[in-house]
Design a protein around this ligand. Sequence first.
Ligand SMILES: [Zn+2]
Ligand SMILES: [Zn+2]
Ligand SMILES: [Zn+2]
Ligand SMILES: [Zn+2]
Ligand SMILES: [Zn+2]
Ligand SMILES: [Zn+2]
Ligand SMILES: [Zn+2]
Length: 1754
Amino acid sequence: MASELEPEVQAIDRSLLECSAEEIAGKWLQATDLTREVYQHLAHYVPKIYCRGPNPFPQKEDMLAQHVLLGPMEWYLCGEDPAFGFPKLEQANKPSHLCGRVFKVGEPTYSCRDCAVDPTCVLCMECFLGSIHRDHRYRMTTSGGGGFCDCGDTEAWKEGPYCQKHELNTSEIEEEEDPLVHLSEDVIARTYNIFAITFRYAVEILTWEKESELPADLEMVEKSDTYYCMLFNDEVHTYEQVIYTLQKAVNCTQKEAIGFATTVDRDGRRSVRYGDFQYCEQAKSVIVRNTSRQTKPLKVQVMHSSIVAHQNFGLKLLSWLGSIIGYSDGLRRILCQVGLQEGPDGENSSLVDRLMLSDSKLWKGARSVYHQLFMSSLLMDLKYKKLFAVRFAKNYQQLQRDFMEDDHERAVSVTALSVQFFTAPTLARMLITEENLMSIIIKTFMDHLRHRDAQGRFQFERYTALQAFKFRRVQSLILDLKYVLISKPTEWSDELRQKFLEGFDAFLELLKCMQGMDPITRQVGQHIEMEPEWEAAFTLQMKLTHVISMMQDWCASDEKVLIEAYKKCLAVLMQCHGGYTDGEQPITLSICGHSVETIRYCVSQEKVSIHLPVSRLLAGLHVLLSKSEVAYKFPELLPLSELSPPMLIEHPLRCLVLCAQVHAGMWRRNGFSLVNQIYYYHNVKCRREMFDKDVVMLQTGVSMMDPNHFLMIMLSRFELYQIFSTPDYGKRFSSEITHKDVVQQNNTLIEEMLYLIIMLVGERFSPGVGQVNATDEIKREIIHQLSIKPMAHSELVKSLPEDENKETGMESVIEAVAHFKKPGLTGRGMYELKPECAKEFNLYFYHFSRAEQSKAEEAQRKLKRQNREDTALPPPVLPPFCPLFASLVNILQSDVMLCIMGTILQWAVEHNGYAWSESMLQRVLHLIGMALQEEKQHLENVTEEHVVTFTFTQKISKPGEAPKNSPSILAMLETLQNAPYLEVHKDMIRWILKTFNAVKKMRESSPTSPVAETEGTIMEESSRDKDKAERKRKAEIARLRREKIMAQMSEMQRHFIDENKELFQQTLELDASTSAVLDHSPVASDMTLTALGPAQTQVPEQRQFVTCILCQEEQEVKVESRAMVLAAFVQRSTVLSKNRSKFIQDPEKYDPLFMHPDLSCGTHTSSCGHIMHAHCWQRYFDSVQAKEQRRQQRLRLHTSYDVENGEFLCPLCECLSNTVIPLLLPPRNIFNKLNFSDQPNLTQWIRTISQQIKALQFLRKEESTPNNASTKNSENVDELQLPEGFRPDFRPKIPYSESIKEMLTTFGTATYKVGLKVHPNEEDPRVPIMCWGSCAYTIQSIERILSDEDKPLFGPLPCRLDDCLRSLTRFAAAHWTVASVSVVQGHFCKLFASLVPNDSHEELPCILDIDMFHLLVGLVLAFPALQCQDFSGISLGTGDLHIFHLVTMAHIIQILLTSCTEENGMDQENPPCEEESAVLALYKTLHQYTGSALKEIPSGWHLWRSVRAGIMPFLKCSALFFHYLNGVPSPPDIQVPGTSHFEHLCSYLSLPNNLICLFQENSEIMNSLIESWCRNSEVKRYLEGERDAIRYPRESNKLINLPEDYSSLINQASNFSCPKSGGDKSRAPTLCLVCGSLLCSQSYCCQTELEGEDVGACTAHTYSCGSGVGIFLRVRECQVLFLAGKTKGCFYSPPYLDDYGETDQGLRRGNPLHLCKERFKKIQKLWHQHSVTEEIGHAQEANQTLVGIDWQHL
Ligand SMILES: [Zn+2]
Ligand SMILES: [Zn+2]
Ligand SMILES: [Zn+2]
Ligand SMILES: [Zn+2]
Ligand SMILES: [Zn+2]
Ligand SMILES: [Zn+2]
Ligand SMILES: [Zn+2]
């Protein structure tokens, strides 16, 4: 270890090692004053062990501490060797049935949604898997650390409290058994002694506040003079600030500073300097000076080293105690006793109290150690948990006060332990009754919120930052209150009632401070100057929402409490609004002969507040009363008589009017804060205790008042009284055209008021208001959400209010109202409304936002049209009201209501200008509809003795009163149904008239009623219906025709895009119907097709015409014409790599000529297949570049592509590209000399080529030594006999046009630049090699994809792939024409020499280390450079064929040498066939050449099988290669899927079916070649097992296997700790899906430097694992991360879905997640297809915010 080299390490004090634990313990046993004895021991030894230098050495310290300090204590405790003592204790122990496992950060925890008493009850993974809950609806989360497993806590679970493991212990449980009975008296006494001393010591030293002086009993005689400069953590300063300051103050490197900062952040403190006092003091002052500028300075102390030493040991002791009590429950109980025993100073002097009360003074590390000890001791012992809870409650106020002053997060505060007591029902109730906990919490809360206005209400305006910070902290008190209330009492004692009501009083005090807070006044004239503070008040409201609901739930569970609470609430409301008249003069309103007194109050002129929690709580309690039995049986017990309805409705009504006015645009000048408040008022998070309750309060009021009075007050508050009380006001009012705005405003207000009346009558789905239950309520919510559109589970959950357990109750009813549609490969599962539920749709559902309402209306009308029904959306049939609210329906038939309806209908009939609106009319129609439904129901349910008093039909048939002889409402409706301007509402009016007739008929169902009239109506009705049906049919036909035309048009527009995006994105979705079949022109089936060689099938050249996507011009592809190019993307790839540890170290020196068969780094080329003129592309690219430069100057925005690196987006499909490939004709045809007579065989050919090579090498040498003497020169010329017909001085004429040549160079250079990551240099000799390599690699990767998917080799490829491969192959074949002939010849010679050795190439790789396909491609494509100088008559085709045969044979030898020789016992029964004996013979030859190093000879059957299997990929790649090179169509047999196409491939490639024949035919030369291959020392080393080699066939790489259950991944990641900061848990563990490495991402600790920049662990990993491209899973987030290079990245949807077919990115919902194999395959496919970078590009184009993320820091 490096640390041992550091000079400050001091040798271990001998005396320490000589200590004997047994002896010391013995001494202690004899001691009279044990405390003194132990303290002296500690005083002497602790400073010798701890803090001996600037850096801690935990291992050494721990070892010595165990030996010298803890060892004696263990001996003393056991009274014998602890190695025997502890196991004995453990055996005697009856372990507790509690699991109590303390969670690590990031560990998965599980809660059962069916059985957990509240969501804080969780299980550890092990317990969960062994529990009944794994089959329930559970929820999974990751722990933030702290907290423990609740397995075994019977109070935490409604069912199944034990897992299998912990259930074992339950049979013997006797609740009251004292665990001490299992211990001997001696042990108890000794344990007590040692625990008392050590615990006290630890508490004393940890809470010690002096900096250089020890407690007296620990002070030493000789004290060293060493100090530490100790830096403490705070939450104010950032990492960067601390790092920067430290570099300055203690002069350390950045790396050291990061180390210090990380430790300070984790442990809460770290010494940053060690030395004498002065030295440390100096550092301290620098730090303080540097950090005190803006905020309070960092906390630094100069501490004497012995104090730090004792503190470190104190912590060690606490951990030790925690582990010792694990041996026995008895020991645990003793520790609890010791801890809670009151000290000499009385109250609050126990050790536990002392620790708690100094919590906020302790540093983070110390806190977490003692919290852990509390959890494993006090909280695990049920008896002491109770006592501890009492201590906690008694100290509650002080602890909270300390917490407010402290700046650490709550998670590291002792106050966070509240969840452990408060959520336990019996404890909570005990604390309420005995410690008055409810009141204490609320009062503590009130104490911390002191800012009040003159009326005593909270005031958050002009909050300072510090106050705001405190306000955030104080909210945790609400959480505590919630915990206390979370389990409702099943039984009430008088004491509980009393204390609860006391708490309720305190709560009302709190609400009283909120009632009317943040009042606002309408701004007229000018816009407000400063947006007022509103968020604090709403935060408070939001946090309290569940508490308010729970308070009501508690009240509801006991009638006595309910009535008392109701009275108290009412009293407080009266206090709040005692003077609600605000001193205004009362005024009298009258309409239709009714009159009422009220006050003059205008929302638009006076103060109004949106916060009315007291009124709303009363509304809630009122509904509960209405539900209770008392309400029916003893209504006289209710305090209803004390209610003053006008007072009750006043403030809620103002609030609703405010909303209406805001909507009408009257409050525009009040800015956004008001808009936001109105938004939240209706929002799902708040509405339950805001908007909903205001509606209830109005309903309560109306049900107790004369509805006419109510309506008049309402008109007055809406400031519409004038309009409806003055006859003909409408006419006058509409003539005042100048006040257009006012008219508009009033229209909206009228609409809003009508909407409110609809709500008051229609909203009866809260239990207590209407006769419904909770299920009906939630059903109705869901029906209305799904009426807007089908929704995913999570969307639906978001739109529904959650209760305190985060439940919406949706699962229980969703089946009844919706169908579930499973998701496909993308998207998510959706719920669709069942058609039969559509009739329950209410257009004026009160939780719809405006946008939702209009969407729902549209959707429902569309649905009706589709079903060929009329489009009326009549009000649904409603459940009856509860008795307390029953009289509410009368509002519909009240005189004032009828007057309002009549007036509006009259306006509609007159239809003059804009003084009325269709929305208004629509609402009136809805109201009439509701009234008719109501009457119908009344008639249906009528019983003998009751008279139906609801007589709406009669009332609307009578003519109006106000202006005499004005028409009846019915008459006006009949008029309106023919109004041409009301086409949309016709169906609704018709529905009303029909229903009217039906109701009338019911009412007049006596035999004497005039039948004819009704029949007449019906007749009329039906003929009208017919008419309508005909009209509708025609309209439908017209609509269908229109739709068809539209579809066709958009189809045409989309055509291109579809082909390019949809189809191309699924690159290899080889769907025959959608992909183009280009090359597969019909070929006679009996014709044998040959792809290469002299016998190559000659295909007549087809002329090819292409269109440029940029200028739309068509052009023929010809040798001499302007170049056409395809957009292309070149990238490095490790997708096929078999060795991820290998990467190019020094690209400048790297020689890529031979590809190793591990394919560790290749160059892949892809293309979207879009063709452009080279010059058109050039112009386009220049413009992109120019634009980018301008853009960067203006605002430094990133784009999804990197222009400086030559990247651009395809102008058509926006596919990421970085170069272009030229489009070419088969290049071989240009150079082929048609002379097929008398071609040499392989042996002859090899000789000829060898001679030519020799000649070339000679000439090369000649050139490089020009100064040689002429004599020597001539000698050499004599020596050199140029082979016949070989003219090395000949330079062929290149037929390509300049433009094509230029493009050949462009693409070649791009491949070189990207493939090697070097600067472009078109002269570099490696350029051609990179081109051939990319061609070979791309073909190999496509062959792999096809094989993996069992697709045929020449099946229909999508055109973009087909085009890409063709262009790439032809380009690679033509590239030599723009390179230097001698360079290419040089490559050829070297490649050739790897198989046919010659003298001038010494260090060539052995054949085990050459990828044969890359070799083949290189040889074939380099060959023309040699062949063009050969005039002996050997054709290019002959050369290709011989090269191919030679490489094939080398590959066979490669396969045989590496074939797996294990016998599988499946010896064949048939006699060996020809191939088998041939291969066996060849194998024997090999055996011989390798000096018998090759393993024993297996069967020929086995060998032939390995050869066939091993060579298939090579043959397939070769077939693709020659197909594209020479343009010979593929044989039809290979175009269809089938098992093996071995024979067809052989014939297409001009190979014998028995491949071994190749050797036999050419045995003359082959034997010597094989011998030379086998002689290579590497082959020998391999055969002797000294090295490894790649075997064939190479298996395809796959992404790693992922577990089915996501939680096991979380668990795996929670065990992962950062590799750099010793054992620390990683905050963002990230899994590489390619190799399975877990990385510590997005964190300082694991940043490394890459090419001069700091990058995160993921980016660094991509460079070694994926040559820049990475696919990761962020485990905590459940999110897939794609990275490419340093600047590009995107998130991708993870392959894990919940049962509702949805992903959970960020793990917010916590539903169980399971692996979706199809989606994971899709990710793997993206990887195989090299489409990750492209995917990132598309994602970034679609979402610009992705571009700004610092991907390199992940
Ligand atoms: Zn557990
Ligand atoms: Zn368990
Ligand atoms: Zn359960
Ligand atoms: Zn063009
Ligand atoms: Zn494109
Ligand atoms: Zn790390
Ligand atoms: Zn990896």
